[in-house]
Write a protein that binds this ligand. Structure first.
Ligand SMILES: NC(=O)C1=CN([C@@H]2O[C@H](COP(=O)(O)OP(=O)(O)OC[C@H]3O[C@@H](n4cnc5c(N)ncnc54)[C@H](OP(=O)(O)O)[C@@H]3O)[C@@H](O)[C@H]2O)C=CC1
Ligand SMILES: N[C@@H](CC(=O)OP(=O)(O)O)C(=O)O
Length: 350
C-alpha cells in the first residue's frame, strides 16, 4: 500500500521526537519533511535536535534537512508539535493552503469549528472539518492530562452521568518540553503550579464528551475542579480523581471497574494500527499504577487505572496514569489520523 507523505512540525522537540519514533515503521505514513524554528532550519536533523529517545534516530530522518515554518511543504498531512507561541499562525496558514494539520498544540482546541477528538469517544466530531471553510483542515487532540481524565470519564459519563469531578495531577517533566523545567527547581521537589494547565483540564473534557449539533458542540454539563502539579518524574502523568454521579446513582466499585475495563471504541472496532486492544486497563494491585512500571502498557496508548474505591464526599475515587508524550500527545495525533483515514474523511483532501 502506498504510504501518505507526512511532515512533522516541531520535529526537534519532545513531541516531535516521539512522532518520529512512532511513525518510523508506520504502515500508512511516511515522513518526508521536518520543520522547526529558524534556529534549526538548514541543519541536518541529527544536528538540530537534542535527541532524548531510547532508540536511535531513524537513518532516513537523521540526515534530512530541517526547514522552518516559512517553507512551502509538499506533504498533504502535517503532524504538529509546534510550540504554542507559533502554532496558531503556522497551522492556520498551512491548513488554508490545503494541508490537513493534526495538532497537539492548544491554540485551536476550543475553537467551535475545530474537532477536539479522542477517537474512542467522539469520532463523530471529525465532521466539523467540513465547517471550517479551509481547503485543508485543523484537527486537534487534547491536553495530556485531559487525555487520561477524559478517557476514564467517558464510559462513566455515558453509563451513569456525572455531576462533578475533582482531579489533582502529578505531571512529569517531559510535559514541559525540552529543556523544560530547570533541574534546580524540580529535583527533590514538587511545584504546585503549571501555567494555564488547570483551565484546560477544567474545560476540554466537556467539549470531547459534548454533543455535536447543527450549531456546533454542546459541552457535557459536568463541572471539573483541577489542581495541577509538576513532580520529578521523567515520563507519565498520574492523576487522583474523585467522581460524583447524579443524585441517586451509586454504582459499586466492582461495577465501575467492569464499566471501565469493558469500554471499547472505534479504534478497537476498526483495529487501527496504533489502537490499544484495551483503552482502559484497571490494575488490581493496591499500589498501582506507577509511572516507572505502567506507562508502557499497550505501547503507551492505554490509560492505566487503579485504586478504584468508594469516596466519602463524591461516589468513586481512583488513580489514573498515562504516557504523556505517547497517548497524551504524539500517539493521540497518529491515532486521530488513522481514524480519519479509516473513515474516508480525508479522501477529498489528501
Ligand atoms: N510534552 C508533552 O507532553 C505535550 C506537549 N503538547 C504540546 O505540543 C507542543 C510541543 O511541545 P513539546 O514538544 O513538549 O515542546 P518542545 O519545547 O520540546 O518543542 C517545541 C518545538 O517547537 C519548535 N519551535 C519553537 N519556536 C519555533 C518557531 N519560532 N518556529 C518554528 N518552530 C518553533 C521547536 O523547534 P527548535 O528546536 O528549532 O526550537 C521544537 O521543535 C506544544 O504546543 C505543547 O504545548 C501537548 C501535549 C503534551
Ligand atoms: N502542559 C502540559 C503539556 C502541554 O504542553 O500541554 P498543552 O499543549 O495543553 O499546553 C504539561 O506540562 O505536562
Amino acid at each position: 500500500m502506498k504510504r501518505t507523505p507526512v511532515a512533522i512540525l516541531g520535529a526537534t522537540g519532545t513531541v516531535g521526537q516521539k512522532f518520529i519514533t512512532l511513525l518510523q515503521d508506520h504502515p500508512q505514513f511516511e515522513i518526508v519533511e521536518l520543520v522547526a524554528s529558524p534556529r534549526s532550519a538548514g541543519k541536518p536533523y541529527h544536528e538540530a535536535t537534542s535527541w532524548k529517545q531510547n532508540v536511535p534516530i531513524p537513518a532516513s530522518v537523521a540526515t534530512m534537512t530541517v526547514q522552518d515554518t516559512s517553507s512551502t511543504l509538499t506533504a498533504p498531512l502535517l503532524f504538529s508539535g509546534l510550540d504554542s507561541s507559533v502554532a496558531g499562525e503556522a497551522e492556520d496558514r498551512y491548513s488554508k493552503a490545503g494541508h490537513v494539520v493534526i495538532s497537539n498544540s492548544s491554540n485551536y482546541r476550543m475553537a467551535p469549528d475545530v474537532p477536539l477528538v479522542i477517537p474512542e469517544i467522539n469520532p463523530d466530531h471529525f465532521e466539523l472539518i467540513h465547517r471550517q471553510g479551509r481547503s485543508g483542515a485543523i484537527i486537534t487532540n487534547s491536553n495530556c492530562s485531559t487525555m487520561f481524565l477524559a478517557m476514564a470519564l467517558a464510559p462513566l459519563y455515558r453509563t451513569y452521568g456525572i455531576e462533578w469531578v475533582q482531579v489533582t495531577t502529578l505531571q512529569a517533566i517531559s510535559g514541559a518540553g525540552y529543556p523544560g523545567v530547570p533541574s534546580l527547581d524540580i529535583l527533590g521537589n514538587v511545584i504546585p503550579f503549571i501555567g494555564g494547565e488547570e483551565e484546560k483540564v477544567e474545560q476540554e473534557a466537556q467539549k470531547i464528551l459534548g454533543t455535536l449539533t447543527e450549531k456546533g458542540i454542546t459541552p457535557a454539563p459536568f463541572r471539573v475542579s483541577a489542581t495541577c502539579t509538576r513532580v520529578p518524574v521523567v515520563d507519565g502523568h498520574l492523576e487522583t480523581v474523585t467522581v460524583k454521579f447524579p443524585q441517586g446513582v451509586d454504582p459499586s466499585p466492582e461495577e465501575v471497574i467492569q464499566t471501565l475495563s469493558s469500554w471499547r471504541g472505534l479504534p478497537q472496532e476498526m483495529n487501527l494500527p496504533s489502537a490499544p486492544g484495551q483503552p482502559l486497563v484497571v490494575l488490581p494491585d493496591q499500589d498501582r499504577p506507577q509511572p516507572a512500571r505502567d506507562i508502557w502498557c499497550n505501547g503507551g496508548m492505554s490509560t492505566v487505572i487503579g485504586r478504584v474505591r468508594r469516596d466519602t464526599i463524591g461516589n468513586i475515587r481512583m488513580v489514573i496514569l498515562g504516557h504523556n508524550t505517547v497517548r497524551g500527545a504524539a500517539g493521540a495525533a497518529v491515532l486521530n489520523a488513522e481514524a480519519l483515514l479509516a473513515q474516508g474523511l480525508l479522501d477529498d483532501r489528501l
